[in-house]
Design a protein around this ligand. Sequence first.
Ligand code: HEC
Ligand code: HEC
Length: 293
Amino acid sequence: MSRIRAFLSVSSVVAVWAAVTTACGSSSDDKGNSEAEEEREKARLYYVERVHNAIGSCVGCHAGASGPRFMANEPDDSYVALERAVGLIAAPKTSPLVQYVHRDPAVVINPEQRSVITQWLSLEATARKLEGAVEKPKTITEAYKQFADCMNFDVWTYYRMGDLAFSQTDLEGPCMGCHSTGQGSAWLSAAPRETFEKSRQFPFIQKLVVGQLNDKGSFEALQPSKRFAAKADEICPPESTSCHPRFGLPPNIRDAIDGFVDTTIQNLATGTCANGIVVPVMDAGPKDAGDGG
Ligand code: HEC
Ligand code: HEC
C-alpha cells in the first residue's frame, strides 16, 4: 500500500503545481507564438523543479558514472543534456526514458519516477507537438469525454472501486442504500459494472475528476476532484438539520479512488488506456529500505 500512496502523492502535487504556474504565468499580449513558448517553458520548469530530484538514481549513473551520459548533476544542465540526446524527449509511449529496460535487472524505474517522467514528457509532447502527443482537450466537456473513454474496468476492479458503494455511514447504512440510482450526483450501487458505467457519465464523473481553468478562464487540465474524501471530511455545523449522514472513509477506500483516478490520468497521457495498469505495483517482494513497515 505504501508504494501506491507514495506514487499518488506525487501525482496530486502535479495538479497543484500546474495550478500555481498557471496563476503566475506571464500574460503576454502576443498570442500564438508566445503561448507555445509558455508551454515549452512550463515543460522545462517541470523537469527542473519536479523531475530532476525524483530521478536522482538515474542521474547518479547517467551524469557520467555509468552508461550513456545524457543527464547532468545540475537540473538546468541535465535538461540541456537530455534535449541533446536524440529521441529521449518524446511522447511517453515511445520515450526510452520510461520504456527502456536495463540489461541489469536490478536497475528499474520506480512508480514515482515513472509517474513524474510521464507527466513531464506529456507536457513536452504537447508543447513540441510531438508525434503521439495526446491532443489537449479544448473544453471541459471534451476532457471529461477523454477521461471517460480512458476509464478501464480492469483498473476499476484492480483498485476495488466496487467497495466504495458498500462503505458504511456511522448510523445510516452503506452508501448504496441512498445512492444506488445516483442521488446527489453520486452513483454508488451494488453492481460494480453499473457504478463504473455511470461514473463515466456526467455529472457522476465529477466525483472523480474536475476541470481546472487557467487565469484566462479557459480549460487547462483535469485533476482528481477527491469529492468522496471531501464529503467524508465535511464538517456539519451543529445547528444544521440537513447534513449528510456522517461517514469516515477508510484509508484503503481513499487510496483506491486516488489510485484509480491517477492511473487513468496517467494512462491517458501514455496512450495506454486499454492496457490497464501501467505502473507496476510491488505488493509482493522486498520493501524499500526505510519503508517503516
Ligand atoms: C546503476 C546505473 C544506472 C542507473 C541507476 C540507471 N541506468 Fe540507465 N543505463 C545504465 C547503463 C549501464 C546503460 C547501458 C545499457 C544497459 O546497461 O542496459 C543504461 C541505459 C539506459 C538507457 C538507454 C540509452 C540508450 O541510448 O540506449 C536509458 C533510456 C536509460 N538507461 C534510462 C535510465 C533511467 C530513466 C533511469 C532511472 C529510472 C536509469 N536509466 C537508471 C545505467 C544505469
Ligand atoms: C441516508 C442516505 C445516504 C447515505 C447512506 C449516503 N448518502 Fe451521500 N448523499 C445523500 C443525499 C441526500 C445527498 C445530497 C445532499 C448532500 O449533498 O448532502 C448525498 C450526496 C452525496 C455526495 C455528493 C455531494 C457533493 O457535493 O458532491 C457524495 C459524494 C456522497 N453523498 C457520498 C456518500 C458516500 C461515500 C456514502 C457512503 C459512505 C454516502 N454518501 C451515503 C444521502 C446519503
